[in-house]
Design a protein around this ligand. Structure first.
Ligand SMILES: *Cc1c(COP(=O)(O)O)cnc(C)c1O
Length: 519
């Protein structure tokens, strides 16, 4: 399998190259040359597969065996998911015959990004080790210095994915004192020698600007082999397709009339990585209804499916910041912060498929380059004007596979409460609650044969503020007893390792990297 950029060009990359490169030089994202279809008898053969078995089965369709044998792949997958606390890795919880929750938060940092980042860390380590084994004595070993900025969530999942990995170091910048105490503790209590937390006195945006400047600094970048682990990395999307398959089999086994039922996946969405993985599963042939994009009031995606306009500025009258505060640049701070985005980086991948389908150019090579040129033009327009409007036929195609809805913070809190007092009682984190809210909205329009599967993206203890706020008036709720996992107890008192940088300065951060990167 080869990979090419959504913005065109003739480059075809191997899986390894696509994973190590991340973003294409022309600004595009890598997608596979074709979407493989499922092998005959997959329903029968795969139905009692474990998460690891399913990972090998699905991922090997996207990775050439001469790049990674099935045995090598299995070893990497096994190692990656042995860090999860649940034997199913991503277990399914039944709330009713028509409603299931797919829990993605049983990894080391209690959030869904672990599913992809645990595997990505092992891919990086494996590819670097193999490059080095092929080098002659005395040659510079291949290394990667991962640099990123975080406002909390991604940083800790990335740190746990890369800790202790050979030939790799990771520097995560966070705004000092501006991430939640639990998230700060999760990151800074990792004391592996290759992990460097950098607390910058400044804002998250200042941290992000520093990271951008480092990547743009050619000599510095080349000297340290900077790498990123952001959500556009192809390996992250691929790793996430697996739990759609697991959920399909586990849900089917638990519903009475599964032959006539249709699964509706509902996905709390920010950068469109999680739901895009579902789209690949659907295109491969996994039976499901339309995928549901659930957003908070940062609703660029929900507005796209309403209007066909992909537009940064939140101009619709009902989208006024009712609860959230309008921050710089138009992002609203909501109770589901991991979904607070202005644009969705992975959406570009879906747009490519839509542009390709809408094109009538022949032969296929021409149709592909026409789609690449279209995406290049659309993305330039988003960058330049903050918006693009797709033709009606493209919107029509987008509506064939997706539904989208947005919910407010008030609805999110109300939903946490409703599910807590429900039977069975379920405590949802605010991101999951966005999904649950949307599921309830759609359930009123669904036929009885639809079974909803809501993706749960974080453990409620990670977002204690919102959960406590929602359940403050519930007599029977006790945060320590009902939510707080064993692993979080005593976390705040553990030994920490953090490097303070007293002003948001690129030069100071460079000095930190220079002094530590070779260790
Ligand atoms: C990242 C994240 C999301 C959004 O996922 P995308 O792939 O960016 O759409 C939702 N919930 C939580 C808790 C997250 O960390």
């Amino acid at each position: 399998m080869k990979y090419f950029s959504t913005r065109g060009g003739d480059d075809l990359l191997s899986f390894e190259e696509a994973v190590l490169t991340g973003l294409a030089p022309n600004g595009g994202l890598y997608i596979p040359k074709y979407i493989p279809s499922l092998p005959q008898n997959w329903q029968e053969d795969w139905k009692s597969y474990s998460f690891v078995d399913l990972s090998v089965a699905v991922l090997s369709l996207y990775i050439s065996p001469d790049e990674l044998s099935k045995d090598e792949l299995r070893a990497l997958v096994n190692k990656s998911y042995s860090t999860f606390r649940h034997p199913d890795v991503t277990p399914v919880t039944k709330l009713s015959d028509n409603e299931f929750v797919l829990e993605l938060f049983h990894g080391p940092t209690f959030a869904f990004k672990d599913v992809a980042l645990q595997l990505l860390g092992n891919f990086f380590e494996f590819f670097l080790a193999r490059k080095n084994a092929r080098k002659s004595p005395g040659e510079q070993p291949a290394r990667l210095t991962v640099v990123g900025a975080t406002s909390g969530d991604t940083g800790s999942a990335a740190i746990y994915g890369l800790r202790g990995k050979k030939n790799l170091s990771i520097f995560i910048l966070h705004p000092k004192g501006r991430v939640s105490p639990v998230q700060e503790a999760q990151m800074t209590t990792v004391t592996d020698a290759n992990v460097h937390n950098v607390a910058v006195r400044g804002t998250f945006d200042a941290c992000q600007d520093i990271v951008k400047a480092l990547f743009a600094d050619r000599p510095f970048n080349e000297k340290h082999h900077l790498g990123a682990v952001n959500s556009i990395n192809w390996a992250r999307i691929l790793a996430q397709t697996v739990y759609y398959f697991l959920a399909y089999f586990h849900v089917r086994a638990q519903i009475p009339r599964h032959e006539t039922s249709e699964i509706q996946f509902v996905v709390p969405t920010g950068n469109f990585g999680d739901v895009l993985a579902g789209y690949y599963a659907k295109r491969m042939g996994l039976p499901m209804g339309k995928l549901v994009v659930a957003t908070n009031t940062n609703d660029i995606l929900a507005r796209f499916w309403r209007s066909g306009r992909y537009e940064k500025v939140n101009s619709s009258p009902d989208a006024a910041p009712a609860n959230g505060t309008q921050a710089d640049g138009g992002v609203q701070a909501t109770l589901s912060p991991a979904m607070d985005i202005l644009v969705s980086s992975n959406f570009e991948r879906l747009l490519w498929y839509l542009a390709y389908e809408a094109s009538s150019a022949t032969p296929d090579a021409t149709r592909r380059s026409s789609a690449g040129a279209t995406i290049d033009a659309w993305m330039k327009s988003v960058k330049r004007d903050g918006r693009v409007e797709v033709p009606a036929d493209v919107l029509e195609l987008a509506r064939r596979n997706f539904l989208a809805e947005r919910v407010s913070d008030d609805q999110t809190l109300e939903t946490i409460k409703q599910y807590f007092i429900g039977n069975p009682s379920y405590i949802a984190d605010p991101h999951t609650a966005v999904g649950l809210s949307v599921a309830r909205i759609l359930a009123t329009k669904n036929t009885p044969s639809v079974v909803q599967v809501i993706l749960s993206t974080a453990h409620p203890a990670k977002f204690s503020e919102a959960v406590t706020k929602a359940l403050a008036t519930s007599q029977s709720f006790d945060f320590e007893r009902d939510v707080l996992p064993q692993e979080f107890r005593g976390l705040l008192e553990k030994e920490r390792r953090v490097i303070d940088v007293d002003e948001p300065s690129e030069e100071l951060v460079k000095k930190v990297i220079e002094s530590k990167a070779s260790l």
